[in-house]
Design a protein around this ligand. Structure first.
Ligand code: GUN
Length: 289
């Protein structure tokens, strides 16, 4: 039997906890509400969807958000100017630049220009490095969301073999670092696989926990996992069927459901947890103000 891990339900619990904390440590102390800035370049439909849902999450919790939406052909210099404005604006506690960026923009340069104290995505090398060294920092929201799903579902990580599929900076790399840390919610033996790994199924078949983040609908099939594996699906691809469009995960649901012990659905699994963790990071930035 497979138990679906309901990210929507967990996110509701965490939303309540964050609201309480805002009441206690911000409103009661007559402090300014946390404020998240978002910079979006262009009109990529996935990015627009993500950004709108992040803004909605801020509204749900009652924190402030501001969107700077730049045209598709904005130059790197224009983007850097907006980042400097956010860095220098005392009313913005934390901000993100929605990724991926257009090819004419150097993403490394953009990420490096964000003040690490406001980098609520945790992508700046200072935060990423601190995370790798077990120091306090902002951790990427999706990785935090995955850890929180596992923790709140009482799924033991320590001593388990985790296979991560995909080495992106947004998900694959940070989650493999966090799960292998000598720490609470760590101590897993992690194998990081990617597009150049031959015979990926040799690894996935041995995994107690599989985290897949490749953005290929239906990539992970039941034949690739062992009975009772815990499967976390981070893939979100918009698939068009005639006039309708659907969100599809990396997991081939029909063949994995029934074989895995736990599975995160798409939608309603990791996605809502990612959004709430971004708000949590923004609250942290506001409390560190
Ligand atoms: N694109 C997809 N996921 C993310 C994320 O977590 N942060 C940013 N900035 N861009 C993304």
């Amino acid at each position: 039997m497979t138990q679906l891990l309901n990210g929507n339900k967990l996110a509701i619990d965490i939303r309540k906890e964050i609201s309480k904390e805002i009441e206690k440590n911000i409103r009661n102390k007559k402090k300014r509400l946390p404020h998240l800035g978002i910079i979006l370049l262009g009109t990529n439909s996935s990015s627009l969807t993500y950004v709108n849902s992040k803004i909605q999450e801020c509204k749900n919790i009652g924190i402030e958000s501001s969107l700077i939406h730049l045209p598709n052909d904005s130059s790197e210099r224009e983007l850097l100017k907006e980042i400097q404005k956010m860095n220098n604006n005392p009313l913005i506690d934390g901000f993100i630049v929605q990724l991926p960026l257009q090819k004419h923009i150097n993403s490394d340069k953009i990420i490096m220009s964000i003040n690490p104290k406001k980098d609520v995505d945790g992508f700046h090398p200072e935060n990423f490095g601190k995370m790798s060294l077990d120091m306090n920092a902002f951790f990427p929201a999706t990785a935090l969301g995955i850890l929180t799903i596992l923790e709140r579902s009482k799924i033991e990580i320590s001593g388990k073999h985790t296979v991560v599929i995909g080495r992106s900076r947004i998900v694959g790399r940070p989650i493999s670092i966090l799960m292998s840390r000598k720490n609470y919610l760590g101590n897993s033996t992690v194998t990081l696989t990617h597009s150049q790994t031959p015979n990926i199924d040799c690894y996935t078949k041995q995994a107690d926990i599989i985290i897949t983040a490749v953005g290929r609908p239906g990539f992970l099939t039941g034949k690739m996992i062992k009975e009772g594996a815990i499967v976390i699906d981070v893939g979100i691809t918009i698939v068009k069927d005639g006039k309708k469009s659907f969100l599809k995960g990396d997991v081939d649901f029909n063949s994995v459901y029934g074989k895995a012990s736990y599975l995160t659905p798409v939608p309603g699994g990791v996605g809502p947890m990612t959004r709430i963790m971004l708000v949590k990071n923004t609250l942290m930035a506001a409390l560190n103000r």
